[in-house]
Design a protein around this ligand. Structure first.
Ligand code: ATP
Ligand code: MG
Length: 334
């Protein structure tokens, strides 16, 4: 087995030790540059928790069908038990489905509002402008995630987050949501009292839109509390021993500190094990090993104390449960 020692970087606290120190951890996320191994790490971590006897859900809000590929099993659109692994379910969220559902909800609310405000316009134009933008898709993904988190059907949730900036936007959005909803609530209150004054009636009318906004704000507030609680939530960042992936997670970690979102640590992936290569290795390979060693020193300086694991580059891609088991041993120890 490849240990941290063979890569010449001291891992002060391992992945396993971090989890043992945070026994109530429930929401685990992975971030990092594209292609560095986030989906693999999410899969391996979910496998580990399931092996500890926790009911675990491995979920993806990523529109790309990554989990089905990782597990060699169709897990799209529904919570699917992972074959051969007790306590583990996987679920690739159908974003298109959510978008349709949300569109319909919004259409109903806009229709109701236009009627309430006596505005003679077709709702469809409003619906189009509210839903035909990339931010809407992101917020649909965020809604999906929050739904899962608040449903509380599992002990541990491992999320394979969308690459780089998306994750941060999703989280930043919960703050923006709350500001936005508070503003909406204020103008709704004003409109309501004005209406009451004009109608010369003291009678309270039901206001489904206001109820919805209140409920929405509370849900987002709850999600934000969970996401910023270091006993419940941890974000792990995956990097390679290369300049760009390191730059990406450096930025990421700074953002997350600003948002008060707990960072669990850094995982360095795809390291070439010098001891497995031998002295007759081609110059190309030796160069890459030297490059990785240099960047490992950068990583040691930058992320002092928060490197949780160093993973070797395996001889094949990581796919299917037996291969995940192998990677699990590398990430968590035997
Ligand atoms: N340590 C490793 N050894 C060998 N192959 C690996 C290793 N880690 C990941 N891989 C392979 O690298 C590829 C990319 O990994 P993965 O899909 O987990 O990355 P990702 O960060 O989720 O990518 P994306 O940004 O596209 O979602 C996959 O084919 C995976 O099997
Ligand atoms: Mg992925």
């Amino acid at each position: 087995m490849v240990t941290a020692r063979s890569f010449n970087l001291e891992v002060a606290q391992s992945m396993r030790e971090y989890f043992e120190e945070h026994p109530d951890l429930k929401y685990i996320f992975f971030g990092g540059k594209g292609g560095v191994g986030k989906t693999v790490m999410a899969g391996v971590t979910a496998l580990w928790w399931a092996k500890q006897g926790r009911r675990t859900l491995l979920a993806s809000t990523n529109p790309v069908h990554s989990l089905s590929g990782l597990l060699d099993q169709d897990v799209f659109g529904r919570h699917t038990p992972v074959a051969g692994v007790p306590n583990l379910w996987a679920y690739e969220i159908d974003t298109r489905d959510t978008i349709e559902r949300l569109k319909n909800e919004i259409r109903d609310k806009i229709r109701w509002f236009l009627k309430f405000a006596d505005i003679q316009t077709k709702a469809d134009e409003f619906v189009e402008s509210a839903t035909m933008n990339p931010a809407f898709e992101e917020s649909a993904m965020f809604e999906n995630m929050v739904d899962l988190m608040l449903a509380g059907e599992y002990d541990v949730y491992v999320f394979d987050t969308a690459p780089t900036a998306n994750a941060r936007r999703l989280l930043g959005m919960s703050k923006v949501y709350s500001l936005w909803v508070n503003k909406m609530l204020k103008s709704r209150e004003e409109a309501r009292s004005l209406r009451q004054m004009l109608s010369f009636s003291r009678k309270e009318e039901p206001d489904p839109l206001l109820d919805y906004l209140l409920q929405f704000r509370d849900r987002m507030g709850q999600a934000r509390r969970l996401l910023t609680d270091p006993n419940r939530t941890a974000f792990f960042f995956v990097t390679l021993a290369e300049a760009l992936p390191i730059a990406v997670i450096t930025r990421f970690i700074n953002w997350f500190h600003d948002f008060g979102i707990p960072v669990g640590g850094v995982i360095v992936n795809m390291l070439i094990d010098r001891s497995a290569v031998g002295s007759e290795a081609p110059e190309f390979v030796m160069n890459r090993i030297r490059m990785q060693e240099e960047y490992l020193q950068v990583i040691a300086e930058k992320f002092d104390g928060s490197v949780r694991a160093l993973l070797p580059l395996f001889e094949t891609e990581i796919r299917g449960v037996p291969m995940l088991e192998r990677a699990c041993t590398a990430l968590f120890g035997a």
